[in-house]
Design a protein around this ligand. Structure first.
Ligand code: BDR
Ligand code: CA
Length: 315
């Protein structure tokens, strides 16, 4: 049985690869894509999600727009990485349809209400929509298998020296989700910085005999230039699809159970995730599974297979 998921995202070049992976895999049943502010303003993220699903040949997947800002605090945007549109690079046709007007939280709730089995919530942007859903409909906790999110880190940050962008953008939302006691898996920068779109990876995409491969190669080109300009990386870390890869292939990531918290008040450290890998808080039980090591070859094989599968469908 494929794993039913809702993918809540802020596309975003790496969110785009996550969407393609989810659409392509027979092991995933993508029930909805919901959008959040983050890499760009909400309306840009929503248009990008619709365009990415068109690239994937999946215009039937419902899309709805969610939060335009965090539960509290100021809005942070990632246009300095993803460009003015949030998905700069190759020119894409306008979306073939409009988003579902009911909005992200209502769409998530209706998918969960309608499901016969529990659904996995994958979050690859700020945690705002998930927190809002659980505020509005706490009865739906039992309908969610787990929340698996890209965000945080066991080590360094990227938006600030200590905080990763998604957890910086809405730390209160992540804190609320952690307080619900739902099973949580964190795929942080310490993991995703192993998923580098090297020149060999981009060349392999560009050599694919279909438009999906070329489009993905062009996205990685723009993303790589940003990572070089902002952080002097030689190749960009393709963060978000690591979450979907973990669902498709349970062996692709090694995990550790640990206590996870997010800093809400630090003068310099707001949004930093605190991961107790060495059991320093004797009174805190593990409340999350934290991604540690990626099987890099296996990860890229999943991505290449997905692109080829989508390319073959489009022929
Ligand atoms: C995260 O922030 C965004 O730039 C990416 O889409 C990813 O979700 C990495 O910090
Ligand atoms: Ca993202």
């Amino acid at each position: 049985m494929p794993i039913p998921i809702i993918l809540d995202c802020d596309p975003g070049h790496d969110d785009a690869v996550a969407i393609l992976l989810a659409v392509a895999s027979p092991k995933i049943d993508l029930r909805a894509v919901t959008t959040c502010f983050g890499n760009c303003a909400l309306e840009d993220a929503t248009r990008n999600a619709l365009q990415i699903l068109d690239v994937a040949g999946a215009p039937e997947v419902p899309v709805a727009a969610g939060a335009s800002g965090p539960l509290s605090g100021d809005q942070a945007l990632g246009n300095y990485v993803h460009g003015a549109s949030g998905l700069d690079g190759p020119e894409l046709p306008p979306p073939s349809r409009a988003a579902d007007p009911q909005g992200a939280v209502a769409l998530m709730a209706s998918v969960l209400d309608a499901a016969d089995e529990a659904v996995t919530l994958v979050v690859t942007g700020p945690m705002t929509n998930a927190a809002q859903l659980l505020r509005d409909r706490p009865d739906l906790i039992s309908s969610i298998t787990e929340v698996i999110f890209m965000g945080g880190s066991t080590e360094r940050g990227n938006h600030t020296p200590s905080a990763e962008f998604n957890t910086y953008a809405d730390p209160e939302a992540l804190d609320e989700v952690l307080q619900t006691g739902l099973p949580v898996r964190m795929v942080g920068l310490n993991l995703t910085h192993q998923a580098l779109a090297t020149q060999a990876v981009v060349d392999r995409m560009r050599a694919m005999p279909h438009q999906v491969g070329q489009t993905c190669a062009a996205w990685m080109g723009f993303f790589g230039d940003s990572y070089h300009r902002v952080w002097e990386f030689d190749a960009p870390p393709v963060h978000d699809p690591c979450t979907i890869a973990a669902l498709i292939d349970p062996e692709v990531i090694e995990w550790r159970d640990a206590f996870l918290a997010v800093e809400l008040d630090g003068t310099w450290t707001r949004g930093e995730t605190v991961v107790d890998l060495h059991g320093r808080y004797a009174d805190r039980r593990p409340n999350a599974r934290v991604a540690l090591t990626l099987d890099v070859q296996r990860f890229w094989s999943l991505v290449f297979d997905a692109l080829d599968r989508l390319g073959a469908r489009g022929d």
